[in-house]
Design a protein around this ligand. Structure first.
Ligand code: SF4
Length: 151
């Protein structure tokens, strides 16, 4: 199974915020750290805010922060939410597969998809920034110079 770029970026944003100190990063900082366009980062940030996993803090030193729920969130849960409930294979697409009414493979693929999510369930966002990932993230994160507060 392959994650969408959106889901992958969302997990990267969550990891970046999981190592943030009092100097909170902005959406632009996160985009720079992850080397992705600002517009992509902004869409992901909006979705994660909507899910209550991150929040924007205004004012001096403001920026993006992980919520308590975001830090404790199950990685499997986040991936399920962002990937949706679609099948791995598009059996009912523009040219529907003639086997779709009685396909053993379809059921097996659904089981495999659920096993994929289940393998990620025990992991929390906080677990993802254990060493060596957390220290690496801190090392590559962009600093305060030139930052603009546009959480
Ligand atoms: S063979 Fe089965 S899994 Fe593959 S497209 Fe057809 S119905 Fe779907």
């Amino acid at each position: 199974m392959r994650l969408t770029r959106f889901t992958d970026l969302a997990l990267r944003v969550l990891m970046r915020l999981a190592v943030a100190d009092a100097d909170l990063p902005t959406t632009r900082d996160v985009a720079a750290t992850m080397e992705v366009p600002y517009t992509h980062s902004a869409k992901v940030v909006a979705r994660l805010r909507h899910l209550g996993l991150i929040e924007a803090r205004r004012g001096r030193g403001g920026g993006l922060a992980l919520t308590a729920a975001g830090r404790a969130a199950s990685v499997g849960g986040v991936v399920r939410e962002l990937e949706g409930a679609g099948d791995v294979v598009d059996c009912d697409g523009a040219v529907p597969c003639p086997l779709r009414g009685a396909c053993v493979l379809r059921g097996a693929l659904r089981g495999a998809q659920e096993a994929f999510f289940a393998a990620l369930d025990p992991l929390t966002v906080n677990d993802l920034v254990a060493a060596p990932t957390g220290p690496l993230l801190l090392g590559i994160s962009s600093g305060p110079p030139g930052r603009t507060v546009d959480p």
